[in-house]
Structures are given as C-alpha cells and as structure tokens.
Design a binder for this molecule. Structure first.
Ligand SMILES: [Zn+2]
Length: 180
C-alpha cells in the first residue's frame, strides 16, 4: 500500500478551512478537541510519544501525549495521533513507541508493511496540518530566496509554526524549498 499523499494533504487543508485556521501556529490541541478527541498529557517513559484510544460504543476518543517531551514535539504527536484517528479506522488502541521526530524507528513487531505505511501517513498528516503548504508559501514569499537556507530564517519560522527546526527543515526539503 502506498502513502496516500494527495488525500492526506486534502484532509489536513479541509480541517484548517473548516475551523477557520488561517495562519501559524496551528492550534492542534484545539482542533483535536473540536473533532471530539480528549487530549490527555501525562509523563511517560521517553520512548513513548503518544497513543490514540477509541471506544466507539462509548463515543470516546482519547489522544495521549507524553508530557515530558518538548512542547513542539508534543504538538507533532497530537498531529500524528490525529492522523491515525482520521485516516486509520478500526484500530481500537494505537500506541506510538520509539518514535523520534519525523522518523519511525521500526521495532520487530512493527515490521509489517501496513504498519509502516500507517506511521508514514500519520507523520505526513501531522506535517501537512502543522506546516500547511499555503501557510508556508505565504511566509516564504516574504523572504528573499537567497536567505531561505539561512539558519535564522528556519529558526524564526519554526518558532512561528511551533514546530522543531528539524521538522521544519525536513518539511521544506520534502517540498523542494531547500536543496539537499
Ligand atoms: Zn503512529
């Protein structure tokens, strides 16, 4: 199964439009709540980033986030879990362990292709939601092209979007704004 890039971008943009989010930072916790999920932040071992729990019969959805992780990473985790919630129906409890930033560190029990695709899709959804292309286009247009690779611009934009500089750099690279 391939990562559904086009659909994921559309879902993220639809969500932003539906809740009239027009600029960074995207209020990801608020969006999750408005979609009916309860966002719970608690201290957990470092290797646990978050989970999404669905209780369809009770109409309850809980997104758990490791409160010990840096705030920007917690935001990415909420986006990631929201991705599982919206894109991967049918799984009652999904736990994300051993996940750092953008990368999924595979564990033996997560080696099935389906799971890898799910993780890539959830990461992509988080990126599309927290760093939407139209928002980036607007902000990047304000920069002079020669300055785009400058570290201070990345730092300033990352601060505005409330994402890690690493996540933003990866996003801008994958969108072709930064040459590798
Ligand atoms: Zn995941």
């Amino acid at each position: 199964m391939l990562v559904r890039r086009k659909m994921i971008r559309e879902r993220a943009l639809e969500l932003l439009e539906r809740f009239a989010v027009k600029q960074a930072p995207v209020p990801v916790d608020d969006l999750a709540r408005r979609l009916g999920a309860k966002v719970v932040k608690q201290d957990a071992p470092d290797e646990l980033s978050g989970f999404v729990l669905r209780e369809p019969t009770k109409g309850v959805v809980i997104i758990g986030v490791n409160a010990k992780h840096p705030p920007n990473r917690q935001r990415f985790t909420v986006g990631h879990e929201l991705g599982h919630f919206l894109l991967h129906e049918g799984e009652r409890l999904h736990i994300d362990k051993q996940w750092t930033g953008y990368q999924v560190k595979l564990r033996s029990e997560q080696s099935s292709a389906g799971t890898n695709v799910d993780e890539m899709e959830a990461n992509l959804f988080a990126a599309e939601l927290l760093m939407p292309v139209p928002f980036l286009n607007t902000d990047l247009a304000k920069l002079t092209p020669s300055k785009l690779s400058a570290e201070e611009d990345i730092a300033r934009l990352a601060k505005k979007y409330r994402v890690s500089e690493q996540a933003l750099t990866l996003r801008l690279t994958s969108l072709g704004y930064i040459q590798q």
